[in-house]
Design a protein around this ligand. Structure first.
Ligand SMILES: Cc1cc2nc3c(=O)[nH]c(=O)nc-3n(C[C@H](O)[C@H](O)[C@H](O)COP(=O)(O)OP(=O)(O)OC[C@H]3O[C@@H](n4cnc5c(N)ncnc54)[C@H](O)[C@@H]3O)c2cc1C
Length: 414
């Protein structure tokens, strides 16, 4: 089959890989000059298969006013009075209950474990170099209530296949000695040995090089912005660009935050909103963590990428705005320096901002669109696109092959 993939972020590239492996003729279009230059560029670097619980959870709504009053809190909201923002926030609020949150967690764990198996298979098969590590992840808590809640989540997830362990403050420090500077405020931690980390942009670039090789039938068209999807006879027949119309038997939409703009004119409504986050990538010069760390108080994640440390955080509901907010960047830097003062050369910061393509529930949207059966959606992975990329791509390959999906995945249907 001739398949056109729209978008060369981590979701589009993993999709290209899974489809090319099945012998399809694949072309990938992206507006940017290279692969993984959108949200996939400098994300938190965590392949975080057991940390998939959605942002929309019971108790979140009551915390939001406090976060919003605190200009340095982990979340910010700037009302833009667009229909998309109002509707997204309403649906998010509706999803903040235990029934929806537990169902989403269970579905995402299935997808994440599917992804993990495929990531590990791919790493050993293709030998991509993306500073991949299998060092595990430690989430540290600074309040007893938060730690007790995390232990309840561990018990719930154990029944679904997660292997996690609650650690005392001393055990946290033994696991990661670089935590010494915040040891005084650690009330406990959750250790997950099966978590990975890696550089998402390097992963995208490596995958592009691999797919350009003679073993795969993939053509890349960078600098090619899709301006319109052309339809006829109940099907999508072309992707219009300034470079001409790209035709195919099937189209897979992996456009991150660019999806709504192309989908709504053909009647496909995608409840996706950009959640803005920030990161720094600093050269390691001293005592930096070697396992992935989440500081739950600040909601900041740290991942070791060879001789670099990636620091990421913040979730700002401020629309499609990729400008740096210096106050947010300063807050993230202060939090990182407080946690790991000796870790890095704090003059070489490489700040970055990206927009997570988030659905209100946290469930991605994967499957054939309605009313266009040859337009397959692979959208809305939100804060987990790197983690869920391979699994999501495998589901798309199942859909296009007309076979049963590798996991039960009804929750992701468009
Ligand atoms: C601060 C931060 C930290 C994060 N940390 C993690 C983490 O630790 N682990 C994790 O799993 N995930 C993390 N994420 C989320 C993850 O980065 C995203 O889910 C993922 O990158 C989304 O991939 P994507 O391919 O859907 O989107 P993108 O990477 O944005 O790719 C979409 C592509 O579509 C292209 N495009 C858009 N419109 C058009 C058009 N009209 N024509 C042609 N091309 C177009 C864009 O140029 C872009 O390249 C984080 C995100 C942020 C912001």
């Amino acid at each position: 089959m001739k398949i056109c993939i729209l978008g060369a972020g981590v979701v589009g590239l993993t999709t290209a890989y899974m489809l090319a492996r099945e012998g399809h003729e694949v072309q990938v279009l992206d507006a940017e000059p290279g692969a993984g230059l959108g949200t996939s560029y400098a994300n938190g670097a965590q392949l975080s298969y057991s940390y998939v619980a959605p942002f929309a959870a019971p108790g979140v709504v009551s915390k939001v006013p406090g976060w919003l009053m605190d200009r340095d809190g982990p979340m910010r909201l700037r009302p833009d009075f667009t229909w998309n923002q109002i509707r997204w926030l309403y649906r998010f609020w509706r999803a903040c209950n235990a029934t929806q949150s537990d169902a989403t967690t269970a579905a995402l764990l299935r997808l994440a474990f599917h992804s993990r198996a495929l990531v590990h298979e791919m790493v050993s098969r293709e030998g991509l170099d993306f500073d991949f590590s299998h060092a595990g992840k430690l989430v540290v808590y600074s309040d007893t209530a938060g730690f007790e809640g995390a232990k309840r989540q561990v018990a719930m997830q154990a029944a679904l296949g997660s292997e996690q362990q609650a650690l005392s403050p001393a055990e946290c420090l033994a696991r990661e000695p670089a935590l010494a500077h915040i040891a005084h405020r650690i009330s406990g931690g959750i250790w997950t040995p099966g978590e990975d980390a890696g550089d998402c942009h390097q992963f995208c670039a490596g995958l592009t090089t691999l797919l350009r090789g003679s073993n795969f039938n993939v053509a890349f068209h960078f600098g090619t912005r899709v301006t319109q999807l052309l339809t006829a006879g109940g099907r999508v027949v072309g992707a219009a660009t300034a470079q001409g119309v790209f035709e195919a038997d099937a189209f897979v939409m992996c456009l991150g935050n660019g999806a709504r703009q192309l989908a709504s004119p053909i009647g496909v409504d995608l409840p996706i909103y950009p959640l803005k986050g920030y990161s720094y990538t600093v050269p390691v010069t001293g005592a930096a963590p070697s396992v992935s760390i989440t500081d739950s108080k600040a909601k900041v994640v740290y991942a070791r990428l060879g001789n670099r440390l990636r620091i990421a955080g913040m979730a700002d509901v401020v629309g499609n705005d990729r400008r740096f907010d210096n106050r947010r960047l300063d807050t993230l830097l202060r939090q990182a320096k407080e946690a790991f003062p000796e870790a890095a050369d704090w003059t070489e910061l490489n700040p970055w901002t990206g927009l997570r393509p988030a659905t209100p529930t946290g469930l991605p949207i994967i499957g054939r669109s309605r009313p266009w059966p040859n337009l397959v959606l692979n959208q809305g992975q939100g804060s987990l696109g790197f983690t869920l990329g391979m699994g999501s791509a495998a589901l798309v390959a199942d859909v296009l092959a007309g076979r049963a999906m590798g996991i039960a995945a009804g929750e992701f249907a468009p």
